[in-house]
Ligand binder design. Structure first.
Ligand code: PEP
Ligand code: MG
Length: 599
């Protein structure tokens, strides 16, 4: 038996068999071969090409029965490419004329094809570029003798072990009905972690060496509450976890009793609890958990769940579905927040050097205007069917907000011309997740209709700590005094302007941190639905006076660790029962401190 510590990102405990997922991207150096080895290289390429065609014929056949002939056609495109002389010729040429090794020549030619498709700009061609990247991995996998492990092979009830997972791979895990996952890399608020939570897949990330320690088929326990992975547990440990799972289940049942009750403090102050969703169907769970609306709909997940670029109708259908499920409760639609760890980097030939500080979110939308306008049209059309708000991510200056709002107005004019109805007074708001936005709140308070503080990004940008990097996970600290001061500043200015904001970062779901936020003046929290009942339970047991007292004192400390220790101590004094018995109680305090869960 072996115990590995990581970062708990999605609660729950599962036992299953390990499935190791290889890294899909292969790095190929521009290796040359002696002139007399050229024919050998050409034959190597030909063998890899034939083997790839064989693979694809098999995959196509399987896909036809699983997803239907139309959707399976994509593999025919791949097979066609591998027969195309326009692809084969240049690879042979480069091996012969430049003496390139087969994998270097194939990688180069396929990348050039992919770049050509990307340069065409149209979404149909962008998808083709993805196909070529996929094809390239397949051929190179054969050439460099790497075994490809595709997610579809994982099988139900597998626990996926990988170096890292992209958010779209995490979505695929849900489709493959994987029970849990553990990765070497990753951080607490990475989008992969957020997807895992949305799909209720227990997960531990940042385990550092797990891919080197686990073999296929070994029994694993993934403890997503406490951030542990146990390899080949002994029978005593298995028994212990069985008991723990039973306690956990009965605690969830007891929380269910709170559903119909108000989220109001013991001294009568109402707290608004909204839900964060990534998929429209989650709106049903939000209502069931007692959310009074959706405070953050991360619409970029539309791009992560399908290979095709979503159309206006795809957007509209998703929004309408969420509106219907919410039955009159408000839906805050955030415009796509692509870039950084989501979507774009896997699709470009040259990834950005520092994508968290790069072309992401609203910046990406401004450069992809047809895409942005398409989404805005769908949001506005949806606003005719229920209470919808539109919110822009990663705003860093007032001019950026004005620019985004201008596009909303332009799209409104188009809809007017076409006689399409929409809500003319749709609230237009913004995320406050960049320190510059927090510091310029007095300007924004005059212009935006509402605000949501995104602590996931606000922490990373205030403290210069990549939210997805396990190496610096111990420095990622929502309780850092600098973060608390920025949050307090935003709350004060927005409240004064009569536009009280919400907080929608992951830390809003941590009851101890929530006490602190309420003490700072926050009255609206937006969080993952599954965390709502536990938070409501705590809210009903505390008074705002206590929260204020805790926050006031917390602001006198000069480190996040001291703040966390103090808040934890106070919370447990106030509510000896409130913080016991709930799932993840061991880790929740560390969640506040952001400490890495590792020895
Ligand atoms: C945030 O940054 O806090 C946030 C809610 O947005 P996301 O996690 O999608 O970046
Ligand atoms: Mg964000």
């Amino acid at each position: 038996m072996q115990l590995l510590e990581g970062i708990p990102v999605s609660p729950g405990v599962v036992v299953g068999r390990a499935f190791i997922l290889d890294q899909p991207r292969l790095r190929v150096s521009r290796r040359c071969v002696p002139a007399d080895a050229v024919e050998i290289e050409i034959e190597r390429f030909e063998q890899a090409r034939r083997a790839s065609i064989e693979d694809l014929n098999r995959v196509h056949h399987e896909a036809e029965s699983q997803i239907g002939p139309e959707a399976a056609k994509i593999f025919l495109f791949h097979i066609g490419m591998l027969h195309d002389k326009a692809l084969i010729g240049p690879v042979h040429e480069r091996i012969r004329e430049d003496c390139l090794a087969a994998e270097a020549a194939a990688a180069e030619v396929l990348r050039e094809w992919s770049d050509r498709f990307l340069a065409m700009g149209d979404s149909a061609f962008t998808t083709k570029a993805d196909d070529l990247n996929d094809l390239s991995e397949r051929v190179l996998g054969h050439l460099v003798g790497q075994r490809r492990r595709r997610l579809e092979q994982a099988g139900e009830h597998a626990i996926v072990v990988a170096r890292d997972l992209t958010p779209s791979q995490a979505v695929a895990l849900g489709k493959a009905r994987v029970t849990g996952f553990a990765t070497d890399l990753g951080g607490r608020t990475s989008h992969t972690a957020i997807v895992a939570k949305a799909l209720h897949i227990p997960a531990v990330v940042g385990c550092r060496w797990i891919t080197e320690r686990v073999s296929d088929g070994q029994t694993l326990i993934v403890d997503g509450d406490r951030g542990r992975v146990i390899i080949e547990p002994d029978s005593a440990t298995l028994d212990e976890y069985t008991t723990y799972s039973e306690q956990r289940a009965s605690f969830s049942v007891s929380l269910g009793e709170l559903t119909g009750l108000e989220a109001v403090t013991a001294d009568g102050v109402p707290i608004e609890l909204l839900a964060n969703i990534e998929f429209p169907e989650e709106a049903a769970e939000a209502v069931q958990a007692g959310a009074v609306g959706v405070g953050l709909y991360r619409t970029e997940f539309l791009y992560l769940t399908s290979d095709a670029v979503p159309t206006e109708q795809d957007h509209f259908d998703s929004y309408l579905r969420a509106i219907e499920l919410l039955a009159g409760r408000p839906l805050t639609i955030r415009t796509v927040d692509l870039g950084a760890d989501k979507y774009t980097q896997q699709r470009v030939a040259t990834p950005e050097r520092n994508p968290m500080l790069g072309n992401r979110s609203i910046r990406y939308c401004f450069r992809a205007l047809p895409m942005f306008r398409t989404q805005l049209r769908a949001i506005l059309r949806a606003s005719a069917h229920g209470p919808v708000k539109v919110m822009f991510p990663l705003i860093s200056s007032p001019s950026e907000f004005r620019q985004a709002r201008l596009y909303v107005r332009e799209v409104m004019e188009d809809l007017d011309d076409e006689g399409i109805p929409y809500d003319r007074s749709i609230p237009v708001g913004m995320m406050v997740e960049v320190p510059s936005a927090a510091l310029l709140m007095n300007f924004f308070a005059r212009e935006a209709d509402f605000f949501s503080i995104g602590t996931n990004d606000l922490v990373q940008y205030t403290l210069a700590v990549d939210r997805t990097n396990e190496e610096v996970a111990g420095l990622y600290d929502p309780a850092h005094p600098a973060v608390l001061r920025l949050v307090r500043h935003v709350l004060r200015i927005a409240d004064r302007a009569g536009k009280p904001p919400s907080v929608c970062g992951e830390s809003a779901a941590d009851p101890e941190y929530a006490l602190l936020l309420m003490g700072l003046g926050l009255r609206t929290l937006s969080l993952t639905s599954s965390s709502i009942p536990a938070l409501k339970r705590v809210i009903r047991m505390v008074t705002i006076q206590d929260c204020k007292r805790i926050a006031e004192k917390a602001l006198t400390f000069d480190s996040g660790a001291s703040v966390t220790a103090y808040v934890r101590d106070q919370a447990r004094k106030l509510l000896p029962e409130g913080f016991t018995g709930r799932s993840g109680s061991d880790s929740s305090s560390e969640k506040t401190s952001g400490a890495a869960q590792r020895e």
